[in-house]
Design a protein around this ligand. Structure first.
Ligand code: ATP
Ligand code: MG
Length: 253
């Protein structure tokens, strides 16, 4: 049965999508069966994995609204041996459309049930907020992976996120756990990076991955080619670090 991991942080631009894409691709490269779900209306995971969003009929939007079943909207990723459920801009309105829908926190959880046996891992890329889409991901997930950028406000945001995870755990999903925290855009030359890592380590030491993702130009370039880093430049620091993360993730699992 698949382990479901939500990649979440309400702060924007911290590396959620980059982590969702590259962790998924590295796990697939290591022979795991992987499904990636893009529930962010921005659709960056979809385009970053080479999906042409203008050609899609069935997306996670139609899935959540019950218009299609999951077998009709999951599709293979061209560059890697993995599947994706792509996102659509329509998702931006889903929150309002879902008002009044019964058990709307559990829509994603319910639709995932029939395919859980097909995969080792289901990785969900969340939008940068704690809205109904993120709540759906947290309600469906076994664990949350938090990409954390090494900057001054990181810890503040992290505290808020952990409160939300605890709330979801109490009210919606008692099995939800904190999978781990991965530092992104790390720069060992700056004191700030070192300080942030030190401070988070003092609070949540055992939850921090040894693998840290450095700031790497190739990681920023890869999505414009619709490729994960291991297919774009396998010898880059970015590829190396995400492969390390994937291996550590499997070991800790
Ligand atoms: P959002 O909150 O908008 O969904 P996000 O948390 O998903 O953002 P990303 O989209 O992964 O963040 O990253 C933000 C930007 O930083 C992107 O342009 C991405 O290519 C770039 N980026 C992410 N990680 C790295 C890195 N380690 N090195 C260099 N650039 C990076
Ligand atoms: Mg994103």
């Amino acid at each position: 049965m698949a382990k479901i991991i939500a990649v979440a942080n309400q702060k924007g631009g911290v590396g959620k999508t980059t982590t969702a894409i590259n962790l998924s691709a590295c796990l697939a490269e290591l022979g795991k069966m992987v499904l990636t779900i893009d529930i962010d209306p921005q659709g960056n995971t979809s385009s970053g994995l080479g999906i042409d969003k203008t050609e899609l009929d069935n997306t996670v939007y139609e899935l959540l609204l019950g218009k299609v079943d999951i077998f009709e909207c999951k599709m293979p990723v061209k560059c890697c041996e993995m599947d994706i459920i792509p996102s659509s801009m329509d998702l931006a309105g889903a929150e309002i459309e879902l008002i009044g829908v019964e058990h709307r926190e559990f829509l994603l959880k319910k639709v995932l049930d029939p395919i859980k046996d097909y995969y080792d891992y289901i990785i969900i890329d969340c939008p940068p907020s704690l809205n109904m889409l993120t709540i759906n991901a947290l309600a469906a997930a076994d664990s949350v992976m938090v990409p954390l950028q090494c900057e001054f406000y990181a810890l503040e945001g992290l505290t808020q996120l952990i409160n939300t995870v605890n709330l979801v755990k109490q009210r919606l999903n008692p099995n939800l756990e904190l999978e781990g925290i991965v530092f992104t855009m790390y720069d060992s030359r700056t004191n700030l990076s070192l300080q942030v890592v030190e401070e988070v380590r003092n609070h949540l030491g055992d939850k921090i991955y040894d693998a840290m993702i450095p700031r790497n130009i190739r990681l920023g370039e890869a999505p414009s080619y619709g490729l994960p880093i291991i297919k774009y430049d396998n010898r880059s620091k970015g590829a190396e670090s995400y492969m390390e993360l994937a291996k550590e993730f499997i070991e800790r699992g």
